[in-house]
Design a binder for this molecule. Structure first.
Ligand code: NAD
Length: 366
């Protein structure tokens, strides 16, 4: 990779390579953009096949976080850390403390959190070296597991989606198909059951399916069938890339609104959904409840305030759909446009402010 060329193309601010012989730490912290505030993004630990793969992942994910925070209305920028290593065998206290020092060294430009391969315990260790970490244990004043807030945000975003796609945000009697009843999917199913929706669900874990059938009166289908069932809204809450060349022709829904990351296999699948008249709730906007929740920690966590902000995903989604229909733009592109517009506006506000400060009459000393 031509690193500086890549940084220039997507306007990255900073990349930090962290190496510590004693602890075996090999990590990359990518800071994409801090226009809106400090870069927040999780710490992923993964056995990357190559250094280039690790770097590409850090850069790509950091940029995604810039858009996610901007679209969610947060005063945060985008960043990400990747730690090269096996999350099952290579974790040590020394490794995370060493990473914590690097994060501390950035003086608050970057704030870390849990991600694939890391957990609350790892964040607590990082916290011993720096305050620039969220998602730590509740005993340290943190918000705990973000999944319930993610599920609430998806539920609210789904209501906004229904209002546009089905002409009503009353989901009673509507059929919602959920792929994956994990931490987010099950909680989403409970919200939907509560408002009288009919559920069709699928998972690879039989236990959770039994529970959903019993507690939520859900109809269970095989994992291979869930994407093609007839329903009002499909909620992918398990895997990425579910909207792909194979699945797209079989979709029988009016809208797609779920928590999974990277639901479109490729951007062009978002264009195709637009053409087919299937309303797609851009994943990084509708699933931002967890991020909104964790961001509240930075102001001293208050659950009610966090919940109110997460519920605001309803309005954010409505605005997004307005932009999409006004400009006849597929929703995934409307989301990017909205996020970029917010960054550009606030950058302009700042530069105006700096300009004014520069032109202000200078204080004269007597
Ligand atoms: P999870 O691991 O708790 O749940 C995933 C569920 O999907 C599991 O029950 C699993 O058995 C099931 N599953 C796996 N393969 C499947 C298949 N082929 N068909 C049907 N079900 C299958 O994860 P989660 O925390 O609930 O997250 C779900 C999705 O939402 C993920 O894509 C995640 O990246 C995304 N997400 C989660 C959060 C959060 O706060 N947890 C935030 C943003 C995005």
């Amino acid at each position: 990779m031509e690193l500086f060329h890549y940084l220039e193309t997507y306007d990255y601010e900073q990349v930090v390579f962290c190496h510590d012989q004693a602890s075996g730490l090999k990590a990359i912290i990518a800071i994409h953009d801090t226009t809106l505030g400090p870069a927040l993004g999780g710490c992923r630990m993964w056995s990357y096949a190559s250094e280039e793969e690790a770097l590409t992942d850090a850069l790509r994910l950091a940029r995604g976080m810039t858009y996610k925070a901007a679209a969610a209305g947060l005063n945060l920028g985008g960043g990400k850390t990747v730690v090269v290593g096996n999350a099952k065998t290579d974790k040590t206290e020394a490794l995370f403390r060493s990473l914590g020092r690097y994060i501390q060294g950035l003086g608050g430009r970057y704030i870390t959190a849990e991600d694939v391969g890391t957990d609350v315990h790892d964040m607590d260790i990082i916290h011993q070296e720096t305050d620039y970490v969220t998602g730590i244990s509740k005993t340290y004043g943190s918000s705990g597991n973000p999944s319930p807030m993610t599920a609430l945000g998806v539920f609210r975003g789904m209501l906004a989606t229904a209002k546009v796609a089905l002409g009503t945000d009353d989901l009673s009697g509507k059929t919602i198909a959920i792929q994956g009843l994990g931490s987010v999917g099950y909680e989403l199913a409970e919200h939907l059951h509560h408002v009288g929706a009919q559920l069709i669900v699928s998972d690879i874990n039989d236990e959770v399916l039994r529970r959903a059938a019993e507690e939520l009166n859900a109809k269970v289908v095989a994992p291979s069938d869930i994407l093609s069932v007839q329903c009002d809204i499909l909620a992918p809450c398990a895997l990425g890339a579910v909207v792909n060349d194979q699945s797209i022709a079989h979709l029988r829904c009016q809208a797609i609104a779920g928590s999974a990351n990277n639901q479109l296999a490729e951007e062009r699948h978002g264009d195709a959904l637009h053409e087919m008249g299937i309303l797609y709730a851009p994943d990084y906007v509708i699933n931002s409840g967890g991020l909104i929740n964790v961001a509240d920690e930075l102001e001293g966590y208050q659950v009610e305030r966090a919940r109110a902000k997460v519920e605001g995903i309803y309005d954010i989604m409505l605005r997004l759909y307005e932009t999409s229909s006004r400009d006849n733009l597929p929703t995934h592109l409307a989301a990017n446009r909205m996020a970029q517009a917010r960054i550009d506006q606030l950058r302009a506000v700042r530069s105006t402010y700096l300009e004014q400060a520069k032109n202000a009459p200078r204080r004269t000393h007597h």
